[in-house]
Design a protein around this ligand. Sequence first.
Ligand SMILES: [Zn+2]
Length: 191
Amino acid sequence: MTKSVLPLALAVGLFSVEASLAAVPTLAKTFDTNVTTVGMTSSQESKIQSAERKIRAVIGSEEFRTRVLNHTYAGKKQFLSNNGLTNAQIYQKILEGAEKLTPTKNNAMDITVKLYYQNSSTVGYTTTSSKVINMNTKFFNKYTSSEVAHNMMHEWMHKLGYSHTSYYTSSRIYSVPYALGKIMNELAPKY
Ligand SMILES: [Zn+2]
């Protein structure tokens, strides 16, 4: 009788692992990052590579999927400034990776990261007409790779066409760039 206990426990364990993985779509597992860097030292370069690895791992995770699908603003499952899209549609668009300037659905984050220095409180910025994400070395150099991943995710959401107010509001954190940046910031240290 005791001999049957172990195989049964293993079977139950395997089943639950398969059940949880089944919820993550293939596009999440195959998500890639194509980041071009401009004028970086090798240590700045490796921080970007570490951030890319974290972004791929987070986007491929079940927790990321759950966090995006269940994001709540004003008592409803939604994002602020969502371009009329549901949480599920926003999740799908992240996986597709079709930037406004490079609209092919290539299942990847396609960005160029350029460093600059300015003695200001601006961490980084981007403009709608450019693929380039500008990051201030005043912050970049002291940031962990998870914080850089947070920053890249926020700016990449702009590349996918989402925006937020340029001035502070109490609800701005629920916009797609801020909310996805926050999700990345919270999950990236796990990878
Ligand atoms: Zn922004």
